[in-house]
Design a protein around this ligand. Structure first.
Ligand code: CA
Ligand code: CA
Ligand code: CA
Length: 422
């Protein structure tokens, strides 16, 4: 009577003869227009005495073997499996059997799938060489595509470069804005030509080539006819002196001041000598109606949000600016940032409020915390304002950075639970 040395369906002891299974051959088949597939040959040590046959089982990552359904069943000690997806990882084991007796698993062998790069993305809008664009255009790219149908679009890196000097003015990586990005306010300047490109990251960890760069040129801003960097309907009148230095804010070179929320108040940004800032090139109050997730806003914003663009003395430098308010921030106020890529963020870690709430001192690192353009380029873009929690749980509803901006912009500064003190 033929007997197994170990009836291993009844024991956890490894079946010694089946300990070695070999992946002996691999071939990629390209049948016509179908997806490429692979075949693989496996071989294993023969059992002694000879069993009735062998069963081969197959699983994919994260799956268990289905011992009720062998992928192959025969008395040979080698087999060839066909039709395997070339981008999928497979594991195999073999078991010997004789009648109702079946051995334990052999050692497992893996067939590693190929890694498919996503196809090169394509910039679709605005069309190449578009002119007279608004300063906050919407960039669009074609849908993610990969030869590996089980792979998917994880995130997109968006890069805009100023053509005249090759300076990268925006480098953002977003998991939310996969094929469409609203270029944030103040990122672009008027009458300037830019090129932009994207690349896609896949859920399996591969990355596409960059899209072929596409050009566009911005038009003149109809909102700032006098060209002083402040929308004309947000200019402040000469009586405003938020920093109380005796000089009208509208006349100061090292300070910009805007009217917020249809005249409710004013907010100024001050960057005097020693602040690391060479020039405040633009400032504007944000129209809160343009914020897509305004309904999810976890804070009340008494003076709304303002954005400003700073040119720094040093690329990669630190800017120390002071923001003045016409209406004092209460004790419970926190410093809040919002941009389309990162969403709402609590920035109190880099903000120190005045005891009387009349100003806040901010630290912003070019290409780092607080800089919305995500790149070390000597420019800082900062959209922010003071906020008051709607309720005690509001801070918990804030989301952290949804992306990793190229230079870490905003991503590392989320401190929702930190409270500043006076
Ligand atoms: Ca103006
Ligand atoms: Ca002043
Ligand atoms: Ca920057």
């Amino acid at each position: 009577m033929k007997r197994f040395r170990i009836p291993s369906c009844l024991t956890t002891t490894p079946f010694p003869w089946a300990a070695t299974i070999f992946l002996v051959g691999l071939m990629v088949l390209l049948p016509g227009f179908c997806h490429a597939s692979r075949q693989v040959s496996l071989a294993w040590d023969a059992n002694d005495p000879e069993p009735e046959g062998y069963r081969v089982f197959c699983r994919q990552s994260g799956e268990a073997y289905d011992y009720d359904h062998p992928i192959w069943d025969n008395s040979a000690t080698t087999c060839t499996l066909i039709g395997l997806d070339e981008y999928t990882d497979y594991a195999f084991v073999v078991r010997a059997y004789d009648g109702d007796l079946e051995s334990a698993d052999s050692e497992e062998v893996w067939l590693t799938g190929l890694v498919a790069e996503p196809e090169q993305p394509e910039a679709t809008s605005p069309q190449d060489d578009a002119e007279d664009l608004f300063l906050t255009p919407v960039l669009q790219s074609a849908a993610f595509s990969s030869a590996d149908s089980s792979d998917a679009h994880l995130q997109t890196q968006w890069v805009i470069t100023r053509e005249s000097d090759g300076v990268c003015i925006m480098d953002l990586t977003s998991t939310g804005d996969l094929t469409e990005l609203d270029v944030p306010a103040l990122m672009l300047e008027e009458n300037t030509t830019y090129t932009w490109t994207v690349r896609y990251y896949s859920t399996k960890g591969s990355v596409s080539d960059w899209s072929t760069p596409s050009r566009f040129t911005t038009g003149s801003s109809a909102l700032d006819i006098d060209g002083n960097g402040i929308p004309d309907d947000q200019e402040v009148d000469p009586t405003i002196d938020l920093d109380e230095n005796g000089v009208a804010d509208a006349e100061q070179e090292d300070l910009r001041c805007v009217t917020v929320l249809d005249g409710i108040g004013q907010v100024a940004v001050s960057a005097p000598s020693g602040s690391g800032v060479s020039r405040i090139t633009a400032m504007e109050a944000t129209d809160l109606d343009t914020i897509g997730s305004i309904d999810e806003m976890p804070y009340d914003l008494p003076l709304g949000l303002v954005s400003f663009r700073l040119e720094l003395e040093q690329t990669g430098g630190l800017a120390r600016v002071r923001i003045y308010f016409s209406d004092p921030a209460p004790q419970s106020a926190r410093w809040i940032k919002y941009d389309t890529v990162n969403g709402w963020q609590d920035y109190s870690d880099h903000a120190t409020f005045d005891d009387d709430g009349l100003f806040v001192d901010l630290e912003i690192l070019d290409g780092g915390f607080g800089d919305a353009d995500g790149v070390e380029n000597g420019i800082i873009i900062d959209p922010s304002g003071y906020g008051i929690a709607d309720d005690s749980d509001a801070s918990h509803s804030l989301t952290g950075s949804q992306s990793s901006a190229g230079g870490g912009g905003g991503g590392g500064c989320f401190v929702a639970t930190m409270l500043w003190t006076r």
